[in-house]
Design a protein around this ligand. Structure first.
Ligand code: MN
Length: 239
């Protein structure tokens, strides 16, 4: 379980940093504010085992402390080597084609996982009435169709990658997927916009429990989505 003191310290530092920059969105939009290097993983808001039985404790621990931690470490190396002036990760991803594959893979890897952890919570949360539900109903003609479409994006992503719910450049809610650690913020991505919910379909996210059964992982994952967080992300992307 992440240490709560370091969590408080991180939050406090983030708030101060955001206030100093005059940003009001710093609380949730962690990656949108320029931040002092090095990039850091935010502590998980729940224990490794808290998402069981949908995601097992060992998968969460290895995923967070090994896979995601390595993206963060390698991102910091790439930034130190290639990026001259301090800027937000979002800004960097928006011109990622100018940088190395190392920066693209690890910058995406860090951003995507930070979003992923926050968009999950222990099972029990339902999509409540509110702006997100309205937006989903309008864009996809109901929650069931939305779930089917996001699941299809996750299932048809061949190999490793992510399925996304994102706000496109015309402020429309969209569903799509990207390979590897790419995401819709990248200038190199064929789908463009601001991700508000991401689903990791790399085998490292589910293989210990589900082996080849990606469909079962995807289906179960919907019951641990933190819809309140997704709604916050929507309102930040489309005020
Ligand atoms: Mn992952």
């Amino acid at each position: 379980m992440p240490n709560s003191n370091s969590r408080r310290k991180f939050i406090s530092t983030s708030i101060k940093g955001s206030m100093a920059l005059g940003l009001t969105q710093g609380l949730t939009s962690y990656a949108s504010a320029p931040q002092p290097l090095p990039f850091q993983q935010a502590p998980l808001a729940y224990a490794y085992g808290a998402l069981e039985p949908m995601i097992d404790s060992m998968t969460m621990e290895i995923h967070y402390t090994k896979h995601a931690a390595t993206y963060t470490k390698n991102l910091n190396e790439a930034v130190a080597a290639e990026v001259k002036e301090s800027q937000s990760l979002e800004s960097l991803l928006g011109k990622i084609s100018q940088y190395s594959a190392k920066l693209r893979n690890n910058g995406g890897g860090h951003y995507n996982h930070e979003l992923f952890w926050k968009c999950m919570r222990p099972a029990g949360g339902q999509l409540q009435e509110g702006p997100l539900k309205d937006a989903i109903n309008n864009a996809f003609n109901g929650y069931d169709n939305f779930k089917a479409k996001l699941s299809e994006a996750a299932m048809t992503r061949f190999g490793s990658g992510w399925a996304w719910l994102y706000v496109d450049e015309k402020k429309n809610l969209q569903i799509g997927s990207t390979p590897n650690q790419d995401n819709p913020l990248m200038d190199a991505s064929p789908i463009k916009g601001k991700p508000i919910l991401g689903l990791d379909v790399w085998e490292h996210a589910y293989y210990l429990k589900y082996q080849n059964r990606r469909a079962e992982y995807v289906s179960n994952w919907f019951s641990i989505v933190n819809w309140k967080e997704v709604e916050k992300n929507l309102l930040l992307a489309r005020p």
